[in-house]
Design a protein around this ligand. Structure first.
Ligand SMILES: NC(=O)C1=CN([C@@H]2O[C@H](COP(=O)(O)OP(=O)(O)OC[C@H]3O[C@@H](n4cnc5c(N)ncnc54)[C@H](O)[C@@H]3O)[C@@H](O)[C@H]2O)[C@@H](O)CC1
Ligand SMILES: Nc1ncnc2c1ncn2[C@@H]1O[C@H](COP(=O)(O)OP(=O)(O)O)[C@@H](O)[C@H]1O
Ligand SMILES: [K+]
Length: 508
């Protein structure tokens, strides 16, 4: 079971409540199902473990642990049960503990042998403070002995909402969560600490999950595949969208060409590099399918908008932080459908395009909020994000997901907050977390390619949030599949097989 909604701890608690109200399972029924799912996976994956140590906390996560301990014991496994705190009288966890015939040892005395397996059921969605005392010592001991860990719901110490570690956390080989994944399973460092994540069906109906209206998703093709542009049989190149990419001066033109190639590979029918006169020669020497047009100032840009009806732009890569950049961005943002002559769908601002607005972002954000404005997509890495949204970046109480959402709402644009756990957020509150990348993508120019893919999809009429999500996934997939030796020049070409698979029958 693997569906794409991600539930915060508050949303998951509400899902539990609604599921219990809807039946057929009550709280202890769901807990028995959860424990059964974990026990089955332990038996299937670690059939030879000499001993399984179940660590049970005071809440419902511990309740799941008592169920696991009982079921493994009934299956003939040697089980030691260690408790941190006691379940509250009358709780589901207290019922589960009462059903478990095994002796309960104090976690403070926890000990194990190399080769044993640990089931971590200390804290899950209810984690509210750092692990200390016997809990923290157990984490250290398990790490020192190198024991394999199966985490129930989340590795204890990892926040399900932010992926952050509170004090200390287990590093699991396998994490079994229930109904849906949580943001902390995808955000770093949580994702690293979870190991493999299995989502177990514990009898909560999809309709109950849907009733919550969750706005956070794993960035997987299911989220946007239906919105991917497919060329009609009678199309022509300009109907497939025309992307304009602004080039920097003679010594910094490569970034724009990377974006341009990527936009073309993403399916834009035509791509034009808009170059200052001083860089025409060097650009001309390197472009073949991509067109070239001299663009020195806003009036040149106006003429391009009027003559060539471009549908999306990339501005920033290699451009230089300048007043000219700000002018170009604001001209493009004023050329949306109904206002300007051309009906521009979107502007992707990356790199210098973000930095240029660090001290005065209001005109940009205001333009993006105007009726009929082109969609604004900002693609900051961590450093660029901090330049444009210093207050959000420095707020320790916010997760990466929260920061991207707040930034999107402020900018009236889609934020692609890049990194190994890229978060894509829309001004309407939707957000997605990406997890299919690989460190090979951390190479100069990789971000320029991403900006070009976003623009290529925007130009074909794909809505901005979906275009950004699809671009991030395709970029990550292409890079991860290429693997060692990847340089940014390889990425546009590596997109082709990824697109072919995504389009399925439409690729013929
Ligand atoms: N009926 C249900 O609602 C279901 C709940 N499930 C399990 O229930 C879990 C959530 O249960 P709870 O809400 O009881 O929360 P937890 O069991 O995660 O935490 C229990 C309590 O421990 C205390 N605590 C938190 N962090 C601590 C720390 N670092 N040191 C000491 N004490 C700490 C808090 O007071 C918290 O309320 C899920 O993760 C899942 O495993 C599953 O059994 C499925 C059904
Ligand atoms: N460790 C990583 N794992 C997966 N993706 C990564 C990692 N590091 C960087 N990336 C991705 O690589 C791209 C780098 O973009 P950026 O930082 O703008 O680089 P550049 O400016 O050199 O093009 C982003 O899409 C980012 O999400
Ligand atoms: K846990």
């Amino acid at each position: 079971m693997r569906t794409i909604e991600l539930l915060t701890s508050a949303e998951m608690a509400e899902v539990d409540r609604r599921a219990i109200a809807a039946g057929p399972f009550d709280g202890i029924g769901l807990m028995r199902n959860a424990g059964q799912a974990v026990a089955s996976l332990v038996l299937a994956r670690w059939p030879g473990a000499p001993r399984v140590h179940v660590l049970a906390g005071p809440g419902n996560n511990g309740g799941d642990g008592y169920v696991v301990a009982r079921l493994l014991h009934e299956s003939g496994v040697a089980v030691s049960l260690w408790a941190s705190g006691k379940p509250r009288t009358g709780s589901d966890a207290a019922l589960a503990a009462a059903e478990c015939p095994l002796p309960v040892h104090d976690l403070a005395a926890f000990d194990a042998e190399p080769g044993d397996l640990v089931v971590d059921a200390l804290y899950g969605a209810g984690l509210s403070k750092p692990l200390v005392g016997a809990d923290a010592r157990a984490v250290d001991k398990v790490a020192a002995l190198g024991l394999a860990v199966v985490a129930v719901d989340l590795p204890s110490g990892v926040s399900g909402d932010s992926g952050r570690v509170l004090g200390r956390a287990f590093k699991a080989n396998l994490t079994v969560t229930f109904a849906r994944r949580k943001p902390g399973h995808l955000l770093l460092p949580g994702r690293e600490l979870c190991g493999e994540v299995v989502v177990a069906d514990i009898g909560i109906a999809d309709a109950v999950v849907a009733s919550i209206g969750a706005g956070t998703f794993a960035n997987e093709p299911e989220l946007w595949r239906a919105a991917l542009p497919v060329p009609a049989i009678d199309t022509h190149k300009y109907r497939r969208g025309h992307v304009g990419v602004f080039s920097g001066g003679p010594a910094s033109t490569g970034a724009a060409r990377l974006s341009a190639l990527a936009a073309a590979r993403a399916g834009a029918g035509a791509v034009t590099v808009l170059s200052p006169g001083s860089a025409m020669q060097v650009n001309a020497a390197h472009l073949t399918a991509i067109m070239l047009r001299r663009t020195d100032d806003a009036s040149d840009l106006d003429a391009f908008l009027a003559d060539r009806r471009p549908s999306a732009f990339v501005l920033g890569p290699g451009f230089g932080v300048s007043e000219k950049l700000r002018d170009f961005a604001l001209v493009v943002m004023a050329s949306g459908e109904g206002e300007g002559p051309s009906g521009v769908e979107g502007l992707v601002l990356d790199a210098d395009g973000i930095t240029a607005f660090r001290d005065d972002s209001a005109p940009l954000f205001q333009a993006a909020g105007a009726a009929n404005a082109p969609a604004l997509v900002l693609t900051p890495h961590e450093g660029e994000f901090a330049r444009l949204f210093a207050d959000l970046a420095g707020d320790e109480t916010l997760s990466k997901l929260d920061k991207a959402r707040k930034a999107a709402s402020r900018a009236h644009g889609v934020i692609v907050y890049k990194g190994p756990d890229t978060v894509i957020a829309a001004p309407d509150g939707r957000a997605a977390i990406n997890a299919n990348g690989a460190p090979w993508l951390a190479t100069a120019g990789s971000g320029d390619v991403l900006g070009g893919i976003v623009a290529g999809l925007l130009a074909q009429g794909m809505p901005a949030f979906e275009a950004a999500c699809a671009a991030v996934w395709m970029h990550a997939e292409a890079g991860a599949r290429f693997g060692p030796g990847l340089i940014a020049e390889d990425l546009p070409q590596a997109l082709a097989p990824v697109l072919r698979e995504l389009l399925g029958d439409h690729a013929r």
